[in-house]
Design a protein around this ligand. Structure first.
Ligand code: IFM
Length: 412
């Protein structure tokens, strides 16, 4: 139970990152290769040294501790641990032991993601996630990590945002492998990711039955423009099924989560209003727009705090705890980030009051980092970074987040 603006006892406060976006010098994966292709990344940007967190993780964790965080979500870079198929690098495994150990030492509970968008170059060359042997090729890496690092991990995320990963790579030609409308491969990728999730979950449970594990789903909310209009309802529903194609390919989210998930990881940022419009047959008669009256992020999406409540309430029927594994905004205006934090957390509290078992909030992200095809042009961080010296510069929003985490409540 919560009262007023206070969160339940033991609530987790953290930030979320992904290895390729922060570590730097991840030369052995498919994203690195993709970044070298002209025209792929805004501004011609590259991940390069990223935040150099591979070397500066101690300093970074101190900044998280200064924000009174009691947890942190990070991912492990598969291409570092298994640079060639079947060849594991024990030095890299030791490095990640140091990273996780340091995090715990600094008072934060590690939530570790096994797959966050990047693949070793050797895996991509074999056809990546569209190839029939993909889950089998992923499993030895999972086993190694589970066996050799698992004692340091408190919460596990198997696969990050399968729906976004698959559509960006095989439909929109925005991410590796750079395919356009390759729907046949899309379904194979989704089916493989579902299988990889289930097998990774089983591995984790075999070794660490008490440690919670789950998949991370990105919910981009599609809402009928006019909730009373059945045609608007229909196109919004059809759009949601497509956006949530991961659960559809998985044979419904309910079944997957019931069988292989101790919690649901929710990444929620935005959505669109959807209206039936016969002038758009190519888009299944659905016209999407940002709702009027809401501010629009540097990504071009409206930020509608109430949609966080709606996304959470939708998950209630799954009957599992929920961690908000990512929430944030792309903006250069940090004052907006401060307002956003208060507004979004008010919606989380409203969902908790409505009976959703939300256990933690991981802000995306800690330090401004490499935002995939948008490169360095958008900023999600509570902490800024000088691009030349890589000096970290906490923003006012980081101080607000520190007070919120300290009080376990929304503060003014
Ligand atoms: O940066 C990404 C992250 O890697 C996955 N979820 C969305 C974030 C912001 O776009």
């Amino acid at each position: 139970m919560t009262s007023g603006r206070t969160f339940p006892p033991g609530f987790l406060w953290g930030t979320a990152t992904a290895a390729h976006q922060v570590e730097g010098d991840n030369k052995g994966n498919d994203w690195w290769e993709f970044e070298q292709q002209p025209g792929r990344i805004s501004n011609g940007d590259r991940s390069g040294l990223a935040n150099d967190s591979y070397n500066r993780y101690r300093e970074d964790f101190s900044l998280l501790r200064e924000m009174n965080n009691n947890a942190h979500r990070l991912s492990i870079e598969w291409s570092r641990v298994e640079p060639q198929e079947g060849e594991f690098d024990s030095r890299q495994l030791r490095h990640y032991r140091d990273v996780l150990g340091e995090l715990r030492e600094q008072g934060m509970r590690p939530m570790l993601t096994l797959h966050h968008f990047t693949n070793p170059a050797w895996f991509a060359r074999k056809g990546g996630w569209a190839a029939s042997g993909a889950p089998a090729a992923f499993l030895p890496f999972v086993r190694r990590v589970v066996d050799e690092l698992g004692d340091l991990v408190e919460l596990w995320c198997t696969i990050n945002e399968p729906n976004i990963y698959a559509t960006q790579g095989w439909v929109f030609n925005a991410w590796p492998p750079g395919r356009t409308n390759d729907i046949r491969s899309l379904w194979r990728v989704l089916a493989n990711l579902r299988q990889a999730h289930e097998e990774a979950y089983a591995e984790i449970k075999r070794r660490w039955p008490e440690r919670p594990a789950g998949l991370v789903h990105n919910r981009f909310l599609l809402t009928p423009y006019n909730r009373k209009n059945p045609l608007d309802q229909l196109v919004a529903r059809a759009g949601s099924l497509a956006m949530d194609n991961w659960p559809v390919a998985a044979g419904r989210l309910q079944r997957t989560v019931a069988a292989s998930g101790d919690f649901v990881g929710l990444n929620h940022y935005s959505g669109r209003l959807v209206r039936f419009d016969p002038r758009h047959p190519g888009q299944q008669f659905a016209f999407q727009q940002n709702p009027p009256g809401y501010r629009v992020s540097d990504f071009g999406d409206a930020v509608v705090p109430e949609w966080m409540h709606e996304s959470l309430v939708d998950l209630k029927s799954l009957g599992k705890p929920v961690y908000i594994t990512e929430s944030g905004i792309a903006t250069h205006e940090d004052a907006w980030r401060e307002d956003f934090l208060k507004e979004i957390l008010a919606e989380v509290l409203r969902a908790i009051a409505d009976g959703v078992d939300v256990r933690g909030f991981f802000h995306w992200t800690a330090i401004d980092n490499f935002e995939w095809s948008r490169g360095w042009t958008v900023q999600f961080g509570l902490i800024g970074m000088d691009p030349v010296t890589l000096e970290r510069k906490p923003k006012p929003s980081s101080r607000l987040y520190a007070r919120i985490a300290n009080e376990n409540a929304i503060v003014d």
